[in-house]
Design a protein around this ligand. Structure first.
Ligand code: ADP
Ligand code: MG
Length: 570
């Protein structure tokens, strides 16, 4: 501490580069400060520092880190508290550019594994971004002293967990255990999703992930026939709607809450914080939202189950295009998700290509099967379930033809669900669709592809570039990867992590391992070594969050530079 003080006095008034002398480790009475990386100037990416508190300084109960889920939930809770405390002091010291900034990566509504705070049995470590203060490019030593030797110790004192904090953490642990119990119940009972009674599904706005509060919110209430009651370790059993494996339709009039229900289910692959409204909306972790995405690139994807005999004899068992149509993009999105092992597809008519979803009897008579390259989803969805065990939840208000293939039909009416399976089946019996089945003998093959290393070339001029630009875009080398359509990518820190994983893939892809193999290897290495491991940063990588392999694969699949070898070496 004294040493830090001395350095700051010595460099006061010097050029900004003098701050580099700060790099190192400093012992405070009750914590350790690591100054890992010092920014080049007051406008550059802020400096990275870590604060480490021994266990005797923060009474972390070992039961809080006894499972992976609990540890993640604890670290998330701590990151939120650190963020709030840092906010109180951020920019209190002032100066040019980012001078005075004190911040940490901030979680949103989802609870994700992240690198912002790490708790180990022996210590807790917070990864902080600091803007070392300057006037112009001149070191403001006194201001820096205030930040590091006054504000920081004060913040640390706040982090020592009051009785209220401990109570809140205990509540968080209970929530996590209950969420985990529901995830387990899904597996044991063959359900793909659970929506608790009382859940609040609508969001504040199209761009906000917070619960709708203003106006009238209709809390969720399960239809009796689909209701399940799940015992949980803490508190009363939780009741709600359990959606079994198979094919489930969500129907109902426009604006009656269909898409809102599906969106909540999409996000149920992650755990949510208390007060979100979706804390007990839980979906199997490998459910993938599928949508049309015209204009995307596709690289040698086998879309032949859905599309064949394209004009000009274009191949569809290794289909490539720089500019996919609505239907080919939707087919590719499905096949790529299956390639990664998804067992549940989530589809909304709002974001689907009509000609991919349906082809009714009249159209079948007018346009002969031989002239239509597309086999619509309706003819494949059952094969997908029966042969491959892949379930589908489908929002569809516009076509009753799907009644024939559905196991369950849920109708949303004034934001409440009703089980209308029996009626739908009766109607399907009375009003035959008259369709000819076009799905053929079997679903068809799900092919793997082996990416080659040059796909991931991050070189840009003489430098390397692999970085996220916000939530939905990654800059890799001189190219941009557009992730706009990934609706289950929820946190910019996940996007940052994906950028780093793409860089890693450049070192590992050899044309012999499939994309799935590569990503599962990386996944298990992260599990073993922690998420820090994917980072090449000088200093701590405190702004990463764990993405699912589906979103990583989706980024790979959208790279304009992706090159692959097929299974047969083509
Ligand atoms: P649909 O897909 O059936 O056309 P949406 O799910 O898009 O309908 O919902 C229409 C509107 O109703 C949205 O603005 C949404 O926020 C709101 N909404 C959805 N569910 C509820 C609810 N349970 N309570 C209040 N408003 C809701
Ligand atoms: Mg809708």
């Amino acid at each position: 501490m004294k040493q830090l003080c001395q350095i700051l006095k010595r460099i006061d008034g010097k050029g900004y580069k003098a701050y580099k002398d700060l790099q190192g480790t400093y012992q405070f009475p009750d914590f350790q400060l690591f100054i890992d990386y010092v920014q080049g100037d007051p406008f550059a990416t802020p400096s990275r520092v870590r604060v480490r508190l021994e266990r005797k300084e923060v009474p972390v109960d070992l039961s809080w880190i006894q499972t992976r889920e609990r540890k993640v939930a604890l670290e998330d809770w701590l990151a939120r508290k650190w963020s709030r405390e840092l906010d109180k002091y951020s920019f209190k010291a002032s100066g040019t550019g980012k001078s005075g900034l004190m911040t940490m990566d901030r979680p949103g509504q989802e609870i994700l594994e992240r690198t912002a705070v790490v708790v180990e049995p022996e210590y807790m470590e917070a990864r902080i971004h600091i803007g070392l203060p300057a006037r112009g490019r001149t070191v403001l030593g006194r201001q820096a002293e205030q930040m590091l030797l006054d504000f920081l110790p004060r913040i640390v004192r706040e982090m020592k967990l009051s009785e209220t904090d401990k109570k809140q953490i205990e509540d968080r642990m209970k929530l996590t255990d209950n969420q985990q119990a529901i995830r387990k119940a899904l597996k044991e009972n063959g359900w793909v999703a659970f929506v608790a009674d009382g859940a609040v599904l609508p969001r504040e706005s199209g761009i906000s992930n917070r619960p709708l509060k203003s106006g009238q919110v209709v809390p969720f209430r399960s239809p009796e026939s689909l209701q399940a009651v799940i015992p949980v370790p803490h508190g009363e059993p939780i009741s709600g709607m359990a959606i079994p494996e198979g094919i489930t339709l969500i129907v109902g009039g426009g604006y009656h809450g269909k898409s809102t229900l599906l969106k909540a289910i999409e996000r149920g692959v992650y755990n949510h914080v208390a007060g979100d409204g979706r804390e007990y909306v839980i979906t199997v972790e490998d459910a993938v939202k599928i949508r049309a995405e015209d204009g995307r690139r596709v690289e040698k994807v086998n879309i032949s189950p859905f599309i064949s005999r394209l004009p000009l004899g274009k191949d569809t068992d290794q289909f490539s295009t720089e500019d996919a149509s609505g239907s080919t993009s939707q087919a590719a999105n499905i096949m790529e998700s299956l390639e990664m092992g998804s067992t549940c597809l989530l589809v909304d008519e709002d974001t689907s290509a009509t000609n991919f979803m349906i082809r009714d009897a009249r159209m079948q008579s007018l346009v002969a099967k031989g002239k239509e390259p597309i086999t619509p989803f309706i003819d494949k969805v059952r094969q997908l379930y029966e042969e491959n065990g892949v379930s589908t939840i489908l929002v569809l208000g516009g076509s009753g033809d799907y009644f024939d293939v559905a196991d369950y039909v849920i109708m949303m009416d004034h934001y409440l669900p009703y089980d209308v399976t029996r009626q739908a089946k009766e109607i399907a019996g009375v009003h035959q669709s008259g369709r000819a089945l076009e799905g053929g003998e079997s679903f068809g093959e799900i092919s793997h592809r082996n990416p080659v290393a040059k796909s991931f070339d991050a070189r840009k001029g003489r430098k390397e570039k692999a970085e996220a630009k916000g939530l939905k875009s990654i800059l890799l080398g001189s190219g941009t990867i557009d992730l706009t359509c990934l609706e289950q990518l929820v946190d910019p820190s996940q996007t940052r992590a994906i950028a780093q994983i793409l860089r890693l893939l450049g070192k590992r892809a050899d044309g012999r391992k499939s994309l799935r193999q590569l990503l599962e290897e990386i996944e298990s290495e992260i599990k073993e070594k922690g998420l820090d491991w994917i980072s090449p940063f000088r200093g701590h990588p405190g702004d990463l969050a764990l993405p699912r392999k589906y979103e990583i694969a989706a980024a790979v699949n959208r790279m304009r530079t992706l090159a692959v070898k097929g299974e047969n070496g083509r």
